[in-house]
Ligand binder design. Structure first.
Ligand code: ATP
Length: 439
C-alpha cells in the first residue's frame, strides 16, 4: 500500500468545505478575508481540542481557570503596550492597491501581486487592534478595543484569583477565548485570521525561578502536542534571539509546526517577567503584589511564564498531520483518511445498516441511540457500504459498525477499524465495551 501526506493546503481546504469542517464566513455574501466558520464536524473537533487542553491545564492542584470579557477597560491596552506598540508596518502598491506587511516582503523588488517595480508607498504604522465604541455617545472617551490577546484578562484578575482561591506561588491561571487582530495579510486558511481563539495559561512564579518553570512548561507543552498525535518530525523549537524578543520578555521560544506552506508558529512559551502586573499596578494605582507567607511575608510582583497556543492553528496542524492519501494513483482503491487520534476525532463511531430495510434500521437505530449517550456517533444509510466507509475515513471516524442480515440471526455486528481496515464480529451487547476499550 502506498501512502502520501498532505502536500497542498488546497486539498485540505476542499475537504474541510465538502465535509463541513470549515466554511468561509458570510459565504453567501462572498465571504470576508480572515474570518472562518466552523461547521458541524469542525465544531466537534474544536470542542475536543479545547477539552483536552482545559483538562491538561486545570486538572492540577495549582492551576485555575477564568473567562474574562472580550471588551475590557481601554486602560488595560494602554498599560499592556498595545495602544502604542501593537503595530505592523503597512505598505500599499500604488499600481494595484494590494496591501502588504513591509516586514514580509522585499521593498526593493517588484510588487508580488501585479509585478510593477518601484510601486510601494512608504511604510506606515498600522495598529492591529479593532476598536469599537461603548454606549450611545460618539466621543473619544467611549472608544474600546476587542482584545488582541486573552492574557490581559488574566493579569487584571490576578488579585481576585489570589484572594478567592488562596493559591500560593507557583500557580497558574488558564483561559480559552476569542482574540481579534486586524491582520494586514490574513491567509493560509485558518493560520492567520482576524478573529481567532487562544488557549493561554499564565504561570506566576517567584522572581528568580522563572527559567526553571519555563523549562518545565516547554516540556509539558511539547508533550501535549505529541499526545494529540502530531508527529515529532513536524514540530520544532524556534527560540527568540535578542533581535525578536518582545520588550517585556527575558526569554521566549515558539513551537513551530511544518505546515504545507512551511514552518509556522503554533504556540509561544514566553517568560514575561513582572512587566504586565507592574504596568497594571502603575496605571490602575492599585496594589498588585503577592505576599509570600513562606518567605517572611515579603511583598513582591511575581514573574510570569506564559504558554499561549492558537486553537485554530492547533486544529490546522492536527488536520494537516492526520491527512493521508492511501494507494495514491490507484483510483479504484484510493482513499483519503484523516488519522485523528480517537480523542480528537469529531465522530467516534458510525452506525451503518447494510441496506434501507426496516428490520436492519430498527436494530441500527437501537444501537445508535444507546451509543449516543457515550460517544458522538454518526448514522449513515445512503450509498454502498464501501462508499460509506470512505466517507467515514475522510472525516476520521475510528470505527464503522455495520448491521447486516446476519445481525438479525446472531445479534452481532461487524466493526471495521479505520486504520487497519480489519473487521471484527462483535456481539451487540459487547459493542459498547469494545469501543470503550479502544477509544
Ligand atoms: P505571528 O507571528 O504568527 O503573527 P504572534 O507571535 O503575534 O504570531 P502571539 O501573539 O504569540 O502570536 O499569539 C499566540 C498564539 O496565538 C500564536 O502562537 C498563534 O497560534 C495564535 N495566533 C496569533 N495570531 C493569530 C492569527 N492572526 N490567527 C490565528 N492564530 C493566531
Amino acid at each position: 500500500m502506498t501512502s502520501e501526506n498532505l502536500n497542498s493546503m488546497a486539498d485540505l481546504v476542499s475537504l474541510c468545505k465538502r465535509r463541513g469542517f470549515l466554511f468561509q464566513s458570510s459565504e453567501v455574501y462572498g465571504g470576508m478575508g480572515g474570518f472562518w466558520d466552523y461547521g458541524p464536524l469542525g465544531v466537534e473537533l474544536k470542542m475536543n481540542v479545547k477539552n483536552t487542553w482545559w483538562k491538561e491545564m486545570t486538572l492540577r492542584k495549582n492551576i485555575v481557570g477564568v473567562d474574562a470579557s472580550i471588551i475590557m477597560h481601554p486602560s488595560v491596552w494602554k498599560a499592556s503596550g498595545h495602544v502604542d506598540g501593537f503595530i505592523d508596518p503597512l505598505v500599499d502598491c500604488k499600481q494595484c492597491k494590494a496591501r502588504f506587511r513591509a516586514d514580509q516582503i522585499d521593498l526593493n523588488k517588484a510588487c508580488p501581486s501585479c509585478g510593477t517595480a518601484d510601486s510601494f508607498t512608504e511604510p506606515r504604522d498600522f495598529n492591529l487592534m479593532f476598536n469599537t465604541r461603548i454606549g450611545p455617545v460618539e466621543d473619544t472617551s467611549s472608544v474600546a478595543y476587542l482584545r488582541p490577546e486573552t492574557a490581559q484578562g488574566i493579569f487584571v484578575n490576578f488579585n481576585n484569583v489570589v484572594e478567592t482561591t488562596r493559591k500560593k506561588l507557583p500557580f497558574g491561571i488558564a483561559q480559552i477565548g476569542k482574540a481579534f487582530r486586524n491582520e494586514i495579510t490574513p491567509g493560509n486558511f485558518i493560520f492567520r485570521q482576524r478573529e481567532f481563539e487562544q488557549m493561554e495559561m499564565q504561570y506566576f512564579v517567584k522572581p528568580g525561578t522563572q527559567m526553571e518553570a519555563m523549562e518545565e512548561w516547554k516540556e509539558a507543552r511539547l508533550n501535549w502536542h505529541l499526545k494529540n498525535g502530531l508527529r515529532s518530525e513536524n514540530l520544532k523549537w524556534e527560540p527568540h534571539g535578542p533581535d525578536n524578543l518582545a520588550h517585556y520578555a527575558d526569554a521566549a521560544t515558539d513551537i513551530e509546526y511544518k505546515f504545507p506552506m512551511g514552518w509556522g508558529e503554533m504556540e509561544g512559551i514566553h517568560s514575561r517577567t513582572d512587566f504586565d502586573l507592574s504596568q497594571h499596578e502603575k496605571l490602575s494605582g492599585k496594589n498588585i503584589k503577592y505576599v509570600d507567607q513562606q518567605d517572611g511575608n515579603k511583598k513582591y510582583t511575581p514573574y510570569v511564564i506564559e504558554t499561549s497556543v492558537g486553537l485554530d492553528r492547533t486544529i490546522l496542524a492536527l488536520m494537516c498531520d492526520a491527512y493521508q492519501r492511501e494507494n495514491a494513483g490507484d483510483k479504484e482503491n484510493e482513499r483519503v483518511v484523516m488519522k485523528f487520534k480517537p480523542h480528537i476525532a469529531p465522530m467516534k463511531a458510525a452506525v451503518l445498516p447494510l441496506m434501507k430495510k426496516p428490520a436492519l434500521e430498527e436494530k441500527a437505530n437501537a444501537l445508535f441511540n444507546d451509543l449516543q449517550h457515550h460517544f458522538h456517533c454518526d448514522y449513515d444509510v445512503s450509498g454502498s457500504i464501501g462508499k460509506r466507509y470512505r466517507r467515514q475515513d475522510e472525516i476520521g471516524t475510528p470505527f464503522c459498525i455495520t448491521v447486516d442480515f446476519d445481525t438479525l440471526e446472531d445479534n452481532a455486528v461487524t466493526i471495521r477499524d479505520r486504520d487497519t481496515m480489519k473487521q471484527d464480529r462483535v456481539s451487540l451487547d459487547k459493542v459498547k465495551s469494545f469501543l470503550i476499550e479502544r477509544l
